[in-house]
Write a protein that binds this ligand. Sequence first.
Ligand SMILES: [Zn+2]
Length: 132
Amino acid sequence: MAKTCIENCLTLTASKMAKIPRLYSRMVTWGKKNNLLGRISVVRVADLEIRLEYQVSETFICYQVRLNTTPLPWDSLRYWFSCPTCGRRVAHLHKPRYHTHFLCRHCHNLTYRSRQVNNRWSRMFKEFDKYK
Ligand SMILES: [Zn+2]
């Protein structure tokens, strides 16, 4: 079975979530106004914790995601998610269309579209090799 492409998922970026002030919430949307692909509410419940709230079909989903930081020059910080399932430090969390949760690409077993295209080419070349 072909892996799901990251490009087909809803993606959250840790550095953007870190811009939400503490105790504030933001609506995050994907797609266009007349063709909304996804909409979730993100609450910055603590410096290093956000809460995701959204609906999948009729189910209301709500869970917390830990943030991590690593220092950058000039006293700034880079923010990361801690994947809710495996705890990996990742810059992005993804939700494939038929999944309920935002997790890292390892947990969802995702691939990049460019990689699939490359694999297709390399498979083709392997086929050619057989006939040399
Ligand atoms: Zn994970």
